[in-house]
Design a protein around this ligand. Structure first.
Ligand code: ASP
Length: 337
């Protein structure tokens, strides 16, 4: 019997067509399949489900993450793997969010998309969709992870970042090697996969949106910082710091953060650097952050950090200490311990 893969189509450039003014809009899935005739000769069976509204991924929301997850959950036992067709702009956020939602995942969920629509001659979509399907249906290696396949590489989803609005190799995982490379063959690096879970799949579906990202820059002013931190009902902030987790040592800045933490807001220290990790207290410029209770998030990406914060606050809002503890630990391989 052939392996079976379910495609979940959410939109994105891969399925877009140009309108009369040249702007790109999402289009129906059957047109996408028609654009890849090679799929008629593949050695696996493909079914598909389309979200109620197909979108440019700039319109992605936590409730759509739940819709995607519920489609996969409903069909989990009938399929060997899942391919999510998704716009590239927020693909790393969705991949991170799905990774946290699927506890004890034992099958591959592979997100892919393209920089040029499938209908265009030079589209990168054909290669991406075929390789994503090969990975999701593969009998040789079962990847129990949410991944992104893009331009010859399979990446851990919650380690990924979109790095180019122009190039076909649009994704990278700076702090973790790719999980597989597609050349003449697809070479899997199985020692890098998460372990196969022993327990039953659990899909967890609550996200708390009462969060914000505060990106530091030289010259940032007190009113800006205080305005963000006094957002009504704010529960958590990702603080994008410099280098290995450093921030200004001005008294007003530390006071503003200290005051927010005393009001119960969780502040997570994530570096603006693409590679490397936050190491609190490596420099004097992060000692105050550590002292007032800012949590270090190691080498996590911004995309994984904000989705993990929403996920943990969604499930453990009554136990902030537990949220802080889990923020510093790896849940699904999103940070190095
Ligand atoms: N704006 C598009 C999207 O994210 C870009 C893409 O798919 O590449 O939906």
């Amino acid at each position: 019997m052939n392996n079976k893969v379910l495609i979940v189509y959410t939109g994105g450039t891969i399925g877009m067509v140009q309108d009369e003014n040249g702007s790109l809009h999402p289009f129906a899935l059957d047109r996408i399949i028609d654009a890849v005739p090679q799929l008629k000769h593949c050695r696996y069976d493909i079914d598909s489900v389309t979200l109620d509204n197909i979108i440019d991924s700039s319109n992605m929301t936590p409730s759509l993450w739940v819709d995607i997850a519920e489609i996969i959950e409903r069909h989990y036992d009938q399929y060997d793997g899942f391919v999510v067709l998704h716009g590239t702009d927020t693909m790393a956020y969705t991949a991170s969010a799905l990774s946290f939602m699927f506890k004890n995942l034992g099958k591959p969920i592979v997100l892919t998309g393209s920089q040029l629509p499938l209908g265009m001659l030079r589209s990168d979509g054909r290669e991406n969709i075929i390789c994503a399907l090969e990975v999701a249906s593969c009998r040789l290696a079962t990847i129990p992870e949410v991944c992104i396949f893009f331009e010859s590489h399979l990446y851990r989803g919650n380690r990924s970042t979109k790095i180019s609005a122009e190039n076909f190799d649009a994704f990278e995982t700076y702090n973790y090697p790719s999980l597989a490379k597609a050349g003449i063959n697809i070479t899997f690096k199985e020692h890098l996969f998460l372990p196969m879970p022993k327990d039953k799949l659990l899909v967890r579906k609550v996200f708390d949106r009462r969060v914000a990202i505060l990106k530091l820059f030289p010259g940032i002013t007190e009113p800006v910082v205080r305005a963000l931190l006094s957002t009504p009902d704010l529960q958590g902030v990702v603080l994008e710091t410099y280098g290995s987790g450093n921030a200004p040592t001005d008294a007003w800045f530390i006071d503003a953060l200290d005051d927010a933490i005393r009001r119960g807001i969780i502040v997570l220290n994530v570096t603006q650097c693409k590679a490397g990790a936050v190491k609190m207290r490596q420099y004097a410029a992060s000692c105050d952050l550590d002292r007032i209770g800012v949590v270090g998030a190691g080498d996590i990406t911004i995309e994984a950090a904000i989705t993990k914060l929403m996920y943990l606050l969604g499930h453990y809002s009554d136990d902030k200490e537990h949220v802080k503890l889990r923020l510093g630990q790896s849940l699904r391989g999103e940070l190095s311990e």
